[in-house]
Design a protein around this ligand. Structure first.
Ligand code: ADP
Length: 374
């Protein structure tokens, strides 16, 4: 008999004297199997008192006290579960239900209660932990709702202005060009959103293959900064690169540039005109730490744990005005972790923001010709 199985003292009919050695062995195997299950299992008598249970059940219910010998209602405060056990014991019928277990470790548990059958009185119940499943379902639902919401704004604007043009405004020499301009800007916004969504789904797909090449960080930083210079110039914001030419990371070339680009783009975007942005990198153990710092408005502490989430924005209006999709930082997070690195932020209102990206270091000697790497 498995030692882990917790039960009432053996009843005479289950005792070693009651059956052959084979029967005792079969029982022991059965108990070992039940105890090895990931799902929680209990067996009750016909009055709903638990006779035995496996280890998984104790872990699932996070119960510090004894379960055996107690009524169902004393173990799990759920009228629904109690009714299901009564139904199984009295009416010989099975039921399935879902329980929200509160406490230090809240869980969602799906329970299947059935009569023991085979002329045995009592019931059994199997408990499946579906917490992660329900969480993922919620994430997916929220994502679909967010995407629909984000798409609706530009689509509504494009449609509205196109209809106005069609119903006569096309002939208005003053209003027509303005409307076409809005349609153009909104369609750009739409295509940025679609691009970012495609990038995210590419990053989340299981068969994503990122390269692991030695990349010269100074070159990658230079290229990424070129892409944001026009925006920085228009805002009279300076971008200062402080990356030593001998730093190499082992990563995906496109991925590294995308990470730097998104962080520089945010730094320039959210820092008021005449601001300053610094990009630096240093060696730390077997990692390279890349920092993108700005002297912009900073971010309140309550937002910091969430800004890497998809569609999370501190100031929705401001992000949209600046052409943000709310996906830039989640792409950075995905890319950094996919390249065996990470990203974090330090910021406070009025103190600017600093984003730290860590990536695995690559020894320059394994990097081949630095002039062509990265
Ligand atoms: P967005 O497309 O809105 O810029 P991101 O995912 O790139 O989306 O960023 C999420 C939010 O984090 C932004 O909406 C902004 O509120 C905040 N944020 C990001 N970078 C900075 C920064 N350098 N300074 C201040 N706020 C920032």
């Amino acid at each position: 008999m498995s030692e882990g199985m917790t039960r009432m003292p053996p009843k005479p009919e289950l005792g070693p004297g009651a059956g052959s050695k084979e029967a005792a062995r079969a029982l022991a195997v059965l108990r070992a199997v039940i105890d090895g299950m990931a799902e929680g299992v209990w067996v009750t008598d016909e009055f709903g008192t638990v006779l035995e249970h496996n280890n998984a059940l104790k872990e699932l219910l996070f119960s510090g006290t004894a379960i055996v010998g107690h009524r169902v209602s004393e173990i799990v405060p759920s009228g629904e579960l109690q009714q299901a056990v009564e139904k199984a014991c009295r009416e010989n019928s099975s039921s399935r239900l879902e329980l929200q277990l509160e406490g230090v470790r809240p869980r969602v548990v799906s329970v299947h209660v059935s009569p023991l059958g085979h002329d045995l009185s009592g019931s059994s119940a199997v408990f499946f932990d579906v917490t992660e499943l329900r969480r993922l379902e919620k994430v997916r639902k929220d994502f679909v709702a967010n995407v629909s919401h984000e798409l609706r704004t530009p689509v509504t604007a494009i449609r509205g202005y196109a209809e106005t043009l069609l119903s006569g405004a096309l002939a208005d020499p003053v209003a027509a060009p303005k409307m076409v301009d809005i349609i153009h800007r909104q369609s750009e916004r739409l295509s940025e959103l679609v691009e970012d969504l495609l990038e995210l789904s590419r990053l989340e797909s299981k068969d994503l293959q990122l390269a692991e090449k030695p990349i010269n960080l100074a070159n990658a930083a230079q290229r990424a900064s070129e892409a944001v210079r026009p925006k920085a110039r228009a805002r009279n914001t300076t971008i200062e690169l402080q990356v030593s030419p001998d730093l190499f990371v082992l990563a995906d070339p496109r991925g590294v540039e995308q990470v730097i680009l998104n962080l520089l783009d945010n730094a320039v975007k959210y820092t008021p005109p005449n601001g300053h942005v610094w990009l630096a990198a240093r060696h730390s153990g077997d990692e390279i730490v890349l920092t993108v710092r700005d002297d912009g408005p900073g971010i309140e502490a309550r937002h910091l744990p969430r800004i890497f989430e998809r569609f999370y924005r501190v100031d929705k209006g401001r992000s949209r005005d600046m052409g943000g999709t709310g996906l830039g930082l989640s792409i950075v997070k995905h890319l950094a972790t996919a390249m065996k690195g990470d990203v974090r932020v330090e910021s406070a209102p009025g103190q600017g923001s600093t984003f730290f990206v860590t990536l695995p270091v690559s020894a320059p000697e394994s990097a081949g010709n630095p002039a062509t790497s990265g």
